[in-house]
Design a protein around this ligand. Structure first.
Ligand SMILES: [Zn+2]
Length: 177
């Protein structure tokens, strides 16, 4: 997890609040509402908790199917622009069950599915998995031509190592497909 600087936080105490804590963004700052009787220690504890919750919510909502599709289209244009629409997916979505695969592609209808398992991985790893599946729109099988196209993405080897490392550390048999 990347370390992020603490955002500007404003704590508002309310004597009408009994025990509920809530937080929301207001421009660049975070407003945390706490009960008036909270101690300073409770205040610190809850501010930290709410910042973590907000960050988790952000990372979940940022990586939607729509965002994934835009990302895939951008990668297709950038790395496989010479293939025109061939490398452009018709649909890209996150899926929970991928039967051990990081991603999969059906060239017939140009659909791509990406495992939820990589949803919180670094963006360059997500991009690699997308590149891998986009390449399948051009070359269905894993042959020399396939890998030479994948290699257009500069972090391909690094990302493959990252995914292998994650699978090994988790004792899982996730694989590239
Ligand atoms: Zn593959």
């Amino acid at each position: 997890m990347p370390t992020v600087g603490k955002p500007d936080v404003e704590v508002r105490r309310s004597h009408r609040r009994q025990s509920t804590v809530s937080a929301y963004r207001d421009g660049g700052r975070v407003i945390v509402l706490i009960p008036g009787q909270f101690t300073r220690a409770q205040e610190r504890e809850w501010v930290d908790k709410m910042l973590i919750r907000l960050a988790a919510k952000d990372s979940r909502t940022r990586r939607t199917d729509a965002e994934l599709t835009v990302r895939a289209m951008r990668l297709a244009g950038r790395y496989f622009g010479d293939y025109g629409n061939v490398a452009k997916p018709a649909s890209v979505r996150w899926v929970a069950n991928q039967n051990g695969r990081w991603g999969s592609c059906t060239p017939d209808d140009a659909s791509i599915r990406i495992s939820e398992r990589i949803r919180n991985m670094p963006s360059w790893v997500v991009d690699y998995v997308l590149i891998h599946e986009l390449t399948h729109l051009i070359v269905p099988e894993h042959n020399a031509r396939f890998w030479s196209l994948v290699a257009r993405y500069p972090k391909a080897e690094r990302a493959r190592g990252y995914l292998e490392g994650v699978a090994a550390a988790a004792g899982s048999d996730m694989y590239e497909d």
